[in-house]
Ligand binder design. Sequence first.
Ligand SMILES: CC(C)(COP(=O)(O)OP(=O)(O)OC[C@H]1O[C@@H](n2cnc3c(N)ncnc32)[C@H](O)[C@@H]1OP(=O)(O)O)[C@@H](O)C(=O)NCCC(=O)NCCS
Length: 250
Amino acid sequence: MRFKTSVSKLKNDDVIIRGEPLSSLIETLSFSDAIFLLLAGRKPKATESSVFSALLVAIVDHGMGTTSSLAARFVMSGGNPLNAAVGGGILALGDYHGGAIENAMLQLKSLSGEEGKSEEVAAQYVERAVRKKETIFGYGHKVYKEKDPRTATLLALCQKLGYTSPFIDLATQIETALEKAKGRKICLNIDGLIAAILLEMSFLPSLGKGIFIIGRAPGLVAQAVEEQDTERPVRRLDESEIEYLPDSDP
Ligand SMILES: CC(C)(COP(=O)(O)OP(=O)(O)OC[C@H]1O[C@@H](n2cnc3c(N)ncnc32)[C@H](O)[C@@H]1OP(=O)(O)O)[C@@H](O)C(=O)NCCC(=O)NCCS
């Protein structure tokens, strides 16, 4: 059985990763640059390096109330090992939590090929999606209704660094069009902005969820270990928080 790979290979007491010897990468690359090299197949340019590092920081944790943090804590509280708890948190990442990056990349990519000014492309797309009641991935948030502060900070950093992109412009124009169409703000969330940035950096959409997993894994480890070290086992909902529906009463 033969396996083919362009990711990495052991060679002469070293590991060659995307053509670069690990022995020299250890001395020269930051962790986020190494992730970029591994996933994009090339080293980032200076500005890309700063923006990519910042976007990973932006998603490193989002409080214990998120779906994946709670899942990790619940699995841990049942008395399972750390890998099961972190794995449980990762399994909880889906299209509406963390996993929106991939779909947002696919949506933005499909629109970037359309003819016309980007404001018009955005407006037509939103009109179509709202009419068909389709989800526009990368917009809206359970907690942030007016603006996602992480998006605002990352956007400001991109502007400060002069990191511009037609994908970022399109993503913000969709936010404007969505507000007009719905009559209220549905903000560009952090997944949506990350999707636009990753497209500009030439990452494949199929990497979107993986990049979120990489960014959030440290948060899940921190949440799960804290649960294990500081909480008594077996979390459960208080009965007062459970509404028992009368028509299912035996
Ligand atoms: C995150 C999300 C689940 C929050 O849902 P929510 O709290 O129910 O959203 P809200 O209460 O603020 O808004 C509900 C309304 O806005 C619409 N809406 C919200 N986000 C929308 C989106 N991304 N695309 C289209 N319509 C959206 C809903 O259809 C609903 O419309 P209606 O009142 O006409 O029925 C939702 O915005 C969503 O699915 N977003 C896309 C997935 C995503 O990007 N997730 C990453 C989050 S960081």
